[in-house]
Design a protein around this ligand. Sequence first.
Ligand code: SF4
Ligand code: SF4
Length: 459
Amino acid sequence: MTIIAIDKDICTGCQECSKVCPVYAIEGNPHEPQKIVEERCVNCGQCVQKCKSYVSLIDNGAALYAQKRAERHLPETLTEPLFAAYNVCHLDEVIEALKSPKFTMIMAAPAVRVALAEDFGMPLGSLTPGKMAAAMRRLGFKKVYDTNWSADLTIMEEATELVKRVTSGGVLPMFTSCCPAWIKYIETQHPNLTKHLSTCRSPQQMAGPMFKTYGAQINKVNPKDIYLVSVMPCTAKQFECSRPEMNASGQRDVDVAITTRELAYLIKYYGIDFNSLPEEEFDMPLGDYTGAGTIFGVTGGVMEAAIRTGYTFITGKELGPKEVDIKAVRGTEGFRTAEIKAGDLTLKVGILTYLKNIDPLIEKIEAGTLDLHFIEVMTCPEGCVSGGGQPKLVLDAEIPEAYKDRREATFNHDKNLPKRKSHENPAIKKIYEDFLKEPCGEKSHHLLHTTYKGSGGHH
Ligand code: SF4
Ligand code: SF4
């Protein structure tokens, strides 16, 4: 399925997009329309963020604008400029579902709440989880749940898997598996390395089967009647939703993924005044989250969240309030490493951000010269806060500031939440007691883990 496209009627052939593409998937001659090689493209949407050629209502007239808007399945009230590089939108399906008798649920990824407000004129990196929840409720969703909740669930599973691999001679280093662009890259470019990928589904794909099994039970609805929308900073998440194996609940686990930008379109389409909305809570229990869940949005965040919980799983002790900020894994350099002491074990970790930096790492792993236990990889320049589905930054000069402000807002949110470790989330504790029983147990294996294409198979 096509996720990202370049419109040949609009593309001027400036080739700016090919400079940011981490996998060199954009081809073409200068000053001619560019083309995306679909097999190479990992759907990250960095080209969508970079593109500056557009059609607008004012410059190009209503007829062309309306044609392009319709080709992209965008709402007919939209008036924003339409850029040459774009992602195929699925808002029409969401609008239909909201009109239907379906039991609609929605969730949003960690990085959405630090960027959405930018599309309503608020400062870069404004933190608005409460307004976001309120807006999603005004749209008519019956349950406003949260991907941050399932990020906490992911940590329970992933930290357990890591400890098992480290203590029982499993394949190391283990790679994180929450970035679908990274997964596609490994499956297609280095299939011999898929055995290094954690078998954990991403938070989005853990939420789907949980909401449609456990969530169906607690809401007393038939899973078939649930329609789940996921709001992501990411264009590759729709690719992940449509993977054939993502149906552990007996139907599509997540019905559709839309981007942060598209949630803003939807809020405007329904005439909701975002800025004057009150701060509201997510629906419980599947909207409860900790600081560890929210830092998934920044580079190093999954690693930090995993260490906060892995430390306890290894030592039986808790990191104190001063130790919970694991500064050694923070930063924005393309590749960084750290050593973390957990009892007798020294956990050696690496963080790779922006897939453009990946080649030296792959070479070392293939040569067996990399002595690390766990590596986080995110495709976008600074992790999901800089994702291809985030509000568009038309001025290049704004980009570093926006990334920094979104990152700082994420860490501030973490700092101010009452609980900061995934295993302390009461809703997560309860789902293990009532439903899943234990991390990496039989139910988890079926609902929360996956397998990959490639000769590496799964462990
Ligand atoms: S979506 Fe990402 S991988 Fe695909 S062409 Fe654009 S920048 Fe390259
Ligand atoms: S880094 Fe985040 S936003 Fe970018 S492709 Fe990966 S999951 Fe999507």
